[in-house]
Design a protein around this ligand. Structure first.
Ligand SMILES: NC(=O)c1ccc[n+]([C@@H]2O[C@H](COP(=O)([O-])OP(=O)(O)OC[C@H]3O[C@@H](n4cnc5c(N)ncnc54)[C@H](O)[C@@H]3O)[C@@H](O)[C@H]2O)c1
Length: 245
């Protein structure tokens, strides 16, 4: 029981990595406020002991306020897992429409910013808290996604390091996880850009395999637990060795 007595907020909990992490965290003793924009996704958690589901859009500040407030009403928020994310059809900059750029940045980067800003005062008051951000290998390399996703995940790593560096001395840890390709519902987000796909395809020969959501959830558990007490501002690459090649 690595998370006994802890309260966690997990976004994107209705599918893939967030769903697997929610299930693992409650197995490890946490109470989880499981948030997703998709009510249908969250319905998979109905009746799961230790889980409270909240339909929320991470880009909507009043939803964010309601979500963190739900955790704080349980007494305290220990762990914020900023995991909700969307993709961008691999569109490079010359092909990127405003709506793709804005929505991908809103969900993948503004959302974690809003949630962290809302969660930190309570964490700082207690002198403890962990924020985990699901970045991506696309936060460390240029040809794993389109421009909006790549920029959003590079930005999320910047958010992670800034939080870690600023608040680390006050008991806060902030860690990014950078998964490689994982077997979830995320796909490519629609008909992919030919140019973007060609760039991605040049890298896929060195990708040993696709991971499973639980393989990311286990790293999130480590990052959230006291076993990671000296891990702060780090980017934990979990890609089966894709970036190593
Ligand atoms: N699957 C991969 O290959 C992969 C690789 C690297 C990083 N990631 C990242 O992992 C995270 C989880 O993705 P996944 O692969 O489990 O995908 P997924 O599509 O299975 O799950 C993402 C969840 O986020 C939810 N969501 C989308 N927009 C939201 C919003 N505005 N507010 C609240 N919830 C919202 C979706 O409804 C969905 O349930 C994402 O940040 C993604 O970028 C995934």
């Amino acid at each position: 029981m690595q998370l006994e007595g802890k309260v966690a907020v997990i976004t994107g909990a209705g599918s893939g990595i967030g769903l697997a992490t929610t299930r693992l965290f409650v197995e490890e003793g946490a109470r989880v406020i499981a948030a997703d924009i998709s009510e249908k996704g969250l319905s998979q958690l109905a009746g799961t002991h230790g889980v409270e589901t909240v339909v929320a859009d991470v880009t909507n500040e009043s939803d964010v306020d309601r979500l963190i407030g739900t955790a704080e009403r349980l007494g305290h928020l220990d762990i914020l897992f900023n995991n909700a994310g969307i993709v961008d059809r691999l569109v490079p900059v010359a092909e990127c429409p405003d709506d793709v750029w804005q929505r991908v940045l809103a969900v993948n980067l503004y959302g974690p910013f809003y949630l962290s800003r809302r969660a930190l005062p309570g964490m700082l008051q207690r002198g403890q808290g962990v924020i985990i951000n699901t970045a991506s290998v696309a936060g460390l390399a240029g040809a794993r996604a389109g421009v909006a996703y790549t920029v959003s995940k590079h930005g999320l790593i910047g958010l992670t390091r800034n939080i870690a560096a600023t608040y680390g001395s006050q008991g806060i840890r902030c860690v990014a996880i950078a998964p490689g390709a994982v077997n979830t519902g995320i796909g490519l987000g629609g008909e992919p850009s030919e140019l973007g796909l060609a760039a991605l395809n040049k890298t896929t020969a060195t990708n040993p395999r696709v991971g499973e959501p639980i393989e990311i959830a286990r790293v999130a558990l480590f990052a959230a637990s006291d076993a990671a007490s000296f891990v702060n501002g780090s980017v934990l690459v979990v890609d089966g060795g894709w970036l190593a090649a």
